[in-house]
Ligand binder design. Structure first.
Ligand SMILES: *Cc1c(COP(=O)(O)O)cnc(C)c1O
Length: 406
């Protein structure tokens, strides 16, 4: 055991703890609406299983059949012998859902972004990324070696200026954003971004992790919800792990772009294929999701009901942030909610920018009306929340750069 290594870890942990930034893994059994921890059951507004599909009987049955037929693991990369028969069906279902020529499934959403961005971009290129884009989008940009410019959150005018300035020196340009932002629950203006990107021959990548299955006709996500032709967002990334209740990530794009991934995306090539049960379960989840519009509408409806009761801004999908500001305050709020039997995660830097710690409330079709009323009562009666609620929602958030604050 290296003494300097242990000392490094200890010092680092102590410093994080002093700033209320240390994190802990908590064991428990969770699903779309409940979390069992330490002998107690909480109503949880915490999972991304927006539709309650992770334990849907048809999804379970499809996964179990694939497990029985083909065993636990894929045993190799998709390029070797890990490309089981269910992949083709899943990829055509994804392409059909998004209205693209082709789709490519990765090991996770994180893998997808880490694979797709460096497969397309390099040191002569420029990437413009929204300040509040997910960590893996930032990591993908960094890994590509391209010049990376962070633009203020959802600020299309600022992006226009930065793009006009940077574009002439770059071989290729990419604009990277999320359809629905994971920690803020707001939406990008995809029509404006598509216009801008097309005007500068920049490739628009939209990560639809929190929109797929939740918004848009058929649950197709933010491009369809904005009424855009799918070709206007040429790189549509997403995950199978949220509204689809499974695991894995994907890119929906033109045929040649998808074909390039198979030869160039390192996270696809050098990582094992997904377990067959996951691929088959995800495929079934898409079918259930598309067939049940009421299931898709419910989480958004619940998020809006709570926002209205608490006089918070209307969320664009199923994520509702309750801004509290500092880390200690948000941890206290989290613990007070536990006393009410409610599990609502506290989000702190670097997941969110400094000074914008918040409760992140996520809703699922699996929540009952009573669950939601309990949440409204608990949040509404919290004196501290009542006090902090009106203060500048996301002040400072629009320009901060979360990635540099580690
Ligand atoms: C959750 C999330 C990811 C990561 O997806 P996984 O499949 O969980 O790895 C990527 N991007 C965004 C915007 C996300 O919210």
């Amino acid at each position: 055991m290296s003494a300097s290594l242990r000392a490094f870890a200890e010092t680092k942990l102590r410093a994080l703890e002093a700033r209320d930034l240390r994190r802990w893994l908590r064991f428990g059994v969770g699903d779309a609406r409940a979390f069992q921890h330490d002998g107690r059951t909480f109503v949880a507004f915490a999972s991304n299983d927006y539709l309650g599909l992770a334990d849907h009987p048809e999804v379970r049955a499809a996964a179990r059949a694939a497990l029985d037929a083909r065993g636990l693991g894929a045993t190799a990369s998709r390029l070797v012998v890990g490309n089981g028969p269910d992949y083709a069906a899943l990829e055509s279902a994804l392409a059909d859902l998004k209205g693209t020529e082709a789709a490519c499934v990765f090991g996770s959403g994180y893998h997808a972004n880490l694979g797709v961005i460096p497969a397309l971009m390099g040191p002569d290129d420029v990437i413009l990324v929204d300040a509040l884009a997910h960590a893996c989008l930032r990591s993908g940009a960094k890994l590509s070696g391209a010049r990376t410019i962070v633009f203020p959150h959802n600020d299309v005018d600022a992006l226009a200026r930065l793009l006009a300035e940077a574009r002439p020196q770059a071989r290729h340009a990419m604009v990277v954003t999320e359809g629905i932002f994971s920690m803020d629950g707001d939406a990008a203006d995809l029509a404006a971004l598509a216009d801008l990107a097309e005007g500068h021959d920049a490739w628009l990548l939209v990560d639809d992790a929190h929109a797929t299955g939740v918004i848009g006709p058929d649950g197709a996500g933010s491009t369809a919800a904005a009424g855009l032709d799918p070709t206007r967002v040429p790189l549509q990334v997403g995950t199978l792990s949220k509204a689809l209740g499974a695991y894995g990530g994907f890119l929906c794009a033109a045929r040649e772009v998808v074909d390039l991934m198979v030869t160039r995306a390192r996270t696809l090539i050098y990582s094992t294929g997904l377990p067959p049960s996951t691929v088959a379960g995800a495929h079934r989840a898409i079918a259930v999701m598309r067939a049940e519009p009421e299931r898709r509408a419910r989480p958004v409806e619940l998020a809006r009901r709570v926002a209205e009761s608490l006089r918070l801004p209307r969320p664009a999908a199923a994520v509702l942030p309750v801004p509290l500001g500092d880390n200690a305050t948000v941890l206290r709020a989290h613990h007070r909610l536990l006393e009410h039997g409610l599990w609502v995660p506290a989000m702190r830097p670097p997941t969110v920018p400094e000074g914008t710690a918040r409760l992140r409330v996520s809703f699922s079709a699996a929540h009952t009306d009573e669950d939601v009323q309990r949440l409204i009562d608990a949040l509404g009666s919290d004196p501290h929340l009542a006090e902090t609620r009106p203060t500048g929602l996301w002040a400072g958030c629009r320009t901060t750069d979360t990635e540099t604050r580690r």
